[in-house]
Design a protein around this ligand. Sequence first.
Ligand SMILES: *Cc1c(COP(=O)(O)O)cnc(C)c1O
Length: 373
Amino acid sequence: MIPFNKPHMTGKELWYVSQAHANGHLAGDGSFTKRCSAWLEHRIGCHRALLTHSCTAALEMAAILARIGPGDEIIMPSYTFVSTANAFALRGGVPVFVDIRPDTLNIDEALIEAAITSRTRAIVAVHYAGVGCEMDAIMSIAERHGLIVIEDAAQGIMSSYKGRPLGSIGHLAALSFHETKNIISGEGGALLINAPEFIEQAEIIREKGTNRSQFFRGQRDKYTWMDLGSSYLPSELVAAFLWAQMEEAYEITARRLEIWETYHKNFEAVEKQNRVRRPVVPSECTHNAHMYYLLLPDLKKRTAFIATLMQQKVGVVFHYVPLHSSPMGEKCGRKSGPLVRTQLLSDRLVRLPLWLGLEEYQNEVIQQVIAEL
Ligand SMILES: *Cc1c(COP(=O)(O)O)cnc(C)c1O
């Protein structure tokens, strides 16, 4: 079986975990956490990077920071992971689903203004497949209407939009280090803060609603309950593992990009024959090869394609089931417009294996894919 995903290890993870063990500091915010957050702040250029135990946790922190309450509306694509919507629904917020662009499958920025009401508080820009949303347009809409922009950059580490790293543009951003992403720690994430007014409150929310971070820095003589919060920080063992990955982030990205490019070149001819559509990366974006997907003609073709490839032991999978038509999306969310593209494109999309080490088998995958198109 050629699996769809295989987590990449650099070889240094356990060495760093053993160092954390030897340091005797196992709870969060030790020296490895500090190294990881400093790396993110330097690499991405955000004001603060706070490690969390998942991207889901970082999105939940963003919802608390944005002071989302019952009835507040949050604009987002329907074509996204459940955590994008859940984080806000947990606070009583109403996800407002907007259709996606036909090229990048990111939120269609031209449809955002029509979705804004007096209850709108925030826009979530999900960078699908690590390819940036039209952030200039989104930021200027947000500014005109006084809205907070949260980048769901779960898939977007090491990607950029107009030379700016994804995660550095919105007021807040969330990264994921889940084992299915490019840089991993099993489960893991980070909240990136670009609007400095959120920093102090974010530290409090992450530390169970207390000002313990300030206490540890000697800025307070005791710590106490200040705000809503939860335990959002990862253990040092997880941060130690993550550090090994960050050290090789450039190499990992370069190798993924080679695999991505090999797919892309090899499917050029079948796209010309209109048998398939390849991913589109706008010229103002550089990407991180998080994902290689193809758009097949329709759902029937895709279902048959996945069944055949799985039979031939090639791990290919579809992706998001649109949130607007899910049971929970219908119950707590609202559609803005008919979302026709979301439905059609999600039915047609199939993801191909992309992991370090695939190089050996990639030709085989390509041959089998082309034979089934
Ligand atoms: C993976 C992913 C998440 C969730 O990340 P976790 O770290 O597993 O919580 C959220 N949003 C998007 C777009 C993702 O791809």
